[in-house]
Design a protein around this ligand. Structure first.
Ligand SMILES: [Zn+2]
Length: 715
């Protein structure tokens, strides 16, 4: 490194014009100690490279940290330490008195003054670091050079304002840092670090091979959504075609099979059709009544059996059927529902009273699936969810059509699902009224009471024999996954997820098309994950954590593939750092905003906020879950197990308003018209894929896994 004692003059001597200028500068700078500039001088008093990088992040235009930009941090810490060494000799040679010592004054750092007295003022060690870091960052990211050099300049001025350095100390530091920086350019180590950091930045900005990426993405989407894949319904011949294609592509990408040497994780599903004997049940209470299918109720089971019989089972009205300690709400308190049939209202209390739960923002407790889970935990024999169109978000016909036949569930070959509820079902409001009439109770008053805190459940004193004839079919389907092994943290994993299944053949549309090709949903997601497999493989250094590329089956019918995966993971859930889910990610025009579903719940936030900022975009935290959408894709099964999980969705603020999305979701969602077209706009899709790539790389390389926030809203 250059020798400042030889090429710089000594510090200004007393009585010289330069020393007089130092004194004037000092007096003027003191005025800035109060107020915001003084606070900045205090913040910038750090010599820790990580802390410095945080303060330079704004000028650089993206987060600088060991987690987000490990290679840039490596460049900075090695470079700054090298440059700083050049200040040691002149400091010791001249032992110039600092201004506060010379003038007998105070500084912004009273507790450090004793130590500062013992070291020379010329040149300033902080300023050499600040100017040096600014030079390195400007070299790396020339677009931001002016803001970066301005930040580096002010870093030095902070020392004058603080009263610990003269202006000429700082000026000497800038000259010395510049000389050292020039010398560094000849160092092979520095050049290697710089190239590596440049590549990191190009990756973060999404600049690497964007054109090639788009061609790959289109090829995969075109193929996977072609008629040859038949709409990818699980447990049909098209399952083999689809899962075989995915495993072959992963093999080409150099991944390893994720399940003990196997690309496939088989599991069994049961499809059940249940009929109430005589299509009705008789209610035995103070008054007699009956409930008919499908006007009053629709029922089914997940048990593998020919017949379900509940003899003389009692009905218990359990309000919302919610046991939520964190909201101080337990509809099961003081009531024994073992062997009984629970009746529970759909949604949660917040739907009716904004001061309860999350208001209209539905929690998981509001979902009908939760009602069954909780009733089963409580030992009930059955559970009927009381339908109400507004609270459910859909009409009675959806309940009937969805459950009259072919009810799907995971199948446990050891128990034949004997531990599942004997009877699951939806109860129409008219049926609910009939049930309460039979009990001699006021239906409206009971519902009103159940919506208020302090409600106590009670048996209805109505009983019934429930008899169902059941036919069922057990078949096998499979998840597909490949893994890219990590390095020092390879026992931990980041999961990139995209469900492979769709709806297959169904009702034809006006044009006679009966194939639900699912190009957006979810060929676009699978293609994105395949693209990311290549990008991760092509990184110059393998990520520290392993990356799992997971394609679950049977998402459309109830998230079953991801549920099975989470119960039988390739890498344990408590070693799973995050799940990034790709669901209907294209087509999408480029937007300024990026919508993250599942944001605001975990430390993943800071990764995609930084990644979006690197693209000059911003994150919109969509925490409006009044439609329950957050619960409706695979990430939710990870989230339930405490794994930070998000889905990226396209924003609403197009960069080019004259180029709107010609294929909005409403035009294709779950319709035969969900087909790939060559004029699909994939610019926004690629930007979102690159954003998630950056998040994935950063999470995979971070020292610590992201944690769920203590106040996360979902249980
Ligand atoms: Zn989907």
């Amino acid at each position: 490194m250059p020798d400042a004692v030889r090429f710089l003059p000594p510090p200004p001597a007393e009585g010289s014009a330069d020393f007089e200028a130092d004194k004037v500068n000092h007096e003027q700078a003191k005025a800035f100690r109060a107020g915001a500039r003084g606070l900045r001088a205090i913040r910038e008093a750090t010599t820790n490279v990580d802390s410095m990088a945080v303060l330079f992040s704004g000028a650089f235009g993206m987060e600088l940290s060991r987690a987000a930009t490990p290679r840039t941090m490596n460049l900075l810490s090695r470079g700054v330490v090298t440059i700083r060494q050049a200040a040691t000799k002149p400091k010791a040679t001249y032992m110039r008195k600092r201004p506060f010592v010379y003038l007998g004054e105070g500084t912004l750092f009273p507790e450090e003054e004793a130590e500062l007295r013992g070291s020379g003022s010329y040149p300033s060690g902080h300023s050499i670091r600040g100017w040096g870091m600014a030079l390195m960052l400007a070299q790396l990211n020339p677009e931001r050079q002016d803001t970066l050099m301005s930040a580096g300049y002010e870093w030095g001025r902070s020392r004058v304002i603080a009263g610990v350095h003269w202006a000429s100390d700082v000026e000497a530091s800038r000259l010395l840092a510049s000389a050292c920086f020039a010398r560094l350019q000849e160092s092979p180590e520095y050049r290697r670090d710089l190239e590596s950091a440049r590549e990191e930045l190009r990756i973060l900005k999404g600049e690497i091979s964007r054109r090639g990426d788009e061609t790959l993405l289109r090829d995969w989407i075109r193929t996977i959504s072609s008629d040859a894949f038949g709409g990818r319904k699980p447990m049909t011949e098209y399952e083999d075609i689809t899962t075989g294609f995915l495993s072959a592509e992963m093999e080409k990408a150099g991944l390893r099979p994720a399940f003990d040497g196997n690309w496939f994780q088989p599991f069994r599903m049961i499809s059940v059709t249940s009929r109430l004997t005589k299509d009705r049940i008789r209610l035995k209470g103070p008054r007699k009544a009956e409930l008919r299918c499908p006007d009053d109720l629709v029922v089914w089971t997940a048990r593998a059996t020919d017949k379900v019989e509940l003899d003389d089972a009692e009905f218990v009205f359990c309000g919302f059927g919610i046991n939520a300690p964190e909201y101080g709400w337990n509809d099961y308190e003081g009531v024994d529902v073992r062997g009984k049939i629970v009746v529970a209202m759909v949604n949660d209390p917040g739907f009716y009273d904004p001061s309860l739960f999350r208001g209209r923002n539905m929690t998981y407790y509001g979902r009908w699936l939760y009602k069954f889970e909780e009733a089963k935990r409580q030992g009930a024999a059955g559970c009927l969810v009381l339908h109400e169109t507004d609270a459910a978000g859909y009409g009675w016909h959806v309940c009937v059509n969805g459950h009259l036949e072919d009810n799907l569930a995971l199948y446990d070959p050891e128990t034949g699902n004997a531990g599942e509820l004997g009877v699951k079902g939806w109860l129409h409001a008219d049926g609910g009224r009939r049930l309460f009439d039979a009990a001699g109770l006021d239906f409206d008053a009971a519902l009103a009471a159940a919506k208020r805190p302090g409600f106590r459940a009670a048996p209805l004193k109505v009983r019934s024999d429930v008899e169902m004839d059941v036919t069922y079919d057990v078949r096998q389907t499979r998840n597909v996954a490949g893994i890219l092994p990590g390095t020092d943290l390879k026992d931990e994993v980041v999961v990139l997820n995209a469900h492979w299944d769709h709806l297959g053949f169904g009702a034809p549309d006006e044009s006679g098309d009966a194939i639900y090709n699912g190009a957006a949903d979810n060929a676009s997601g699978m293609a994105s994950v395949l693209l990311l497999a290549r990008k991760f493989r092509d990184l110059p250094e393998a990520p520290r954590r392993s990356i799992l590329f997971l394609f679950p089956s049977s998402e459309e019918s109830g998230l079953f593939g991801s549920q099975f995966y989470c119960e039988h993971p390739a890498v344990p859930m408590d070693k799973t750092a995050a799940c990034l889910n790709f669901e209907s990610i294209g087509p999408a025009e480029l937007t300024r905003d990026v919508v993250i579903l599942g944001g605001g719940q975990s430390e993943l936030d800071r990764y995609y906020v930084a990644a979006a900022a690197a693209q000059g975009r911003y994150i919109f935290f969509d925490d409006d879950n009044s439609d329950g959408w957050f619960f409706r894709s695979d990430h939710y099964n990870f989230f339930k197990q405490g794994v930070p999980a998000v889905v990226v969705e396209n924003g609403l603020h197009p960069v080019d308003p004259d180029r709107p999305n010609r294929y909005p979701m409403s035009a294709w969602y779950h319709k035969p018209s969900d087909e790939y077209r060559e004029d699909w706009d994939l610019e926004g899709t690629l930007a979102n894929v690159n954003l998630m790539f950056s998040v994935g790389v950063s999470v995979a390389n971070a020292d610590e896994r992201p944690q769920m926030y203590a106040r996360s809203m979902y249980k």
